[in-house]
Design a protein around this ligand. Structure first.
Ligand SMILES: [Fe+2]
Length: 510
């Protein structure tokens, strides 16, 4: 295993059959024989005066080279005030280059705050789909409403993306994607777990991560969700490697080889997401945590709980995933899931906020989840309780208005109250899930966990789907929207709706 992983990393070898390139133009100006917009368009990172527009030139999403010759390609873009693109307000040209996977990131500025725009790319006689985006309100603006749709975990082989189709139809102002955008692994060894296959390889080098993104992004429902609204993204583990943290994962790779793998994975992530140039990775490092303000209505702090976390601990038990609740190393007050710099940054964002609602967009369940046998998982916040305590204490001591955590990762919907040591006053509220397609747990198996975790007020592990947050100055209404992930054409239904009233933390069923 080690030898194979190492060779692949060092040689950057191809991992699947290579389709012939069908790109006909060697230059920037020629006509292209095939549509290069096969993975759609996206926008993200809205500011009051601008937004990032994204596309990636791919003529064959299944090919290792995306069907692209190495030559640079000039790509035109335009932004309009209307869906028919008749009132163009900005236009320009970018060069898509092979060294960034022919991705295009346009940082548009000079737009008006708090309004919708539509955009399109074109090159070589082809035009992309038209995407809708919007800018954020001005700082201090008196905003009356905001709709955020959030989700995570879209394992390709496990199901379809009906959830994305419904999410797009809900017409959100923002989409928040909380990680596991791709899964890096080979196909499941149980054929019945494979609803639709992808190449049966582990992603280990830049070419294979790039191919996995193109493979996922060929899905029309995912493209519809990207074209519907600006996205704010963060990653979890599977954008790199299962359960990785800092400079180590669960494979036998040495630190140096793992960091090479991480660098390839981060590069492919940046190329495939509507992120700013300021997030572009340098080797194995990529700045991703950041915050977004929506007038005076909301502040969203987006965390990176993978890149800077301390290593796993209390590993002597079972498979090392479940650790004893009272393991002393777990409780070490210096242990961090965010790292010192990000913790200090977050303290600042929480201390100087003037927003009525303060969201944490982060990877997983923030509250404690004691497992039936008196153990906890070491991969999420339960492996790093000191950082969780600092956040809750800051919420309490800085009197942060209406703190709400949004999470993903666990492939279940959870709604829960957040308080220090599971007792005392409720300080914050959290809403987790669901997964777009990744398989969850039978609700019967969650019943025991609910009994020993009474701060969790709702759980559903059987439906796939997303959360919809409707915000006004008076209330935050969260609806869990469920689909059948095995059914491409699945309808969506409301699983549960909760209301958090201004000034009253905690889960209340509507
Ligand atoms: Fe996941």
């Amino acid at each position: 295993m080690v030898v194979r992983l190492s060779r692949r990393l060092l040689l950057g070898g191809a991992v699947a059959s290579v389709a012939p390139a069908i790109w006909t133009s060697a230059g920037a100006q020629g006509r292209l024989a095939a549509d290069p917009f096969r993975v759609g368009v996206a926008s993200g990172e809205p500011l009051p005066d601008g937004v990032v527009l994204w596309t990636r030139l791919v003529t064959n999403p299944q090919a290792m080279d995306a069907g692209m010759a190495p030559a640079p390609v000039a790509v035109r873009w335009e932004v309009a005030e209307d869906p028919g693109l008749t009132r163009i307000v900005r236009r320009g040209e970018e060069t898509a280059r092979a060294n960034t996977g022919h991705a295009v990131h346009v940082e548009v500025s000079g737009l008006k705050p708090d309004r919708e725009y539509w955009y399109r790319f074109s090159t070589g006689g082809h035009a992309s789909a038209i995407g809708r985006t919007r800018t954020a309100p001005e700082p201090g603006a008196d905003v009356q409403r905001l709709r955020i749709a959030y989700s995570s975990c879209q394992k390709w082989e496990a199901g379809y993306y009906a959830a994305h189709r419904h999410l797009a139809a809900d017409n959100p102002d923002l989409v928040l994607f909380l990680g596991d955008y791709i899964y890096e692994k080979k196909l499941s060894r149980e054929p019945e777990g494979i609803v639709r296959p992808h190449p049966d390889v582990d992603c280990l080098d830049l070419a294979s991560y790039r191919q996995r993104y193109a493979w996922y992004k060929a899905d029309p429902d995912l493209q519809a969700a990207h074209a519907a609204a600006p996205w704010i993204v963060t990653w979890d583990d599977h954008e790199v490697s299962n359960d990785y943290g800092g400079a180590a994962d669960r494979t036998p790779l040495t630190r140096d080889l793992f960091l090479k793998r991480r660098a390839a994975a981060y590069q492919a992530y940046w190329e495939n997401m509507p992120l700013r140039r300021s997030s572009r990775p340098k080797g194995p490092d990529m700045p991703l945590y950041r915050s977004l303000d929506w007038g005076r209505l909301a502040r969203l702090a987006v965390l990176d709980d993978r890149q800077y976390r301390d290593g796993r601990t209390c590993m002597s038990v079972e498979d090392g995933k479940r650790i004893p609740y009272d393991c002393p190393e777990r409780l070490d007050p210096k242990r961090s899931i965010l790292g010192g710099a990000q913790e200090r940054w977050l303290q600042g964002r929480l201390s100087d906020t003037k927003a009525r609602w303060n969201f944490l967009g982060q990877q997983t369940l923030l509250g404690e989840l004691r497992l039936e046998e008196g153990k906890v998982s070491n991969d999420g916040w339960d492996g790093y309780p000191a950082t969780r305590r600092k956040i809750l204490e800051t919420w309490r001591d800085a009197e942060v208005a209406n703190p709400i955590a949004l999470g993903g990762d666990v492939h279940c919907f959870f709604a829960g109250d957040l308080s220090l040591d599971r007792k005392g006053p409720v300080i914050g509220t959290e809403f987790v899930g669901g997964s777009i397609s990744s398989l969850g747990r039978a609700n019967k198996s969650l019943a025991g966990a609910m009994l020993v975790n009474p701060h969790l007020k709702f759980a559903d592990g059987e439906a796939r789907g997303y959360g919809r947050v409707d915000l006004t100055p008076k209330a935050c209404t969260v609806t869990f929207r469920g689909v059948n992930g095995l059914d491409k054409g699945s309808a969506a239904r409301d699983l549960a709706t909760f209301v958090v009233e201004d000034g009253r933390a905690g889960v209340t069923r509507a």
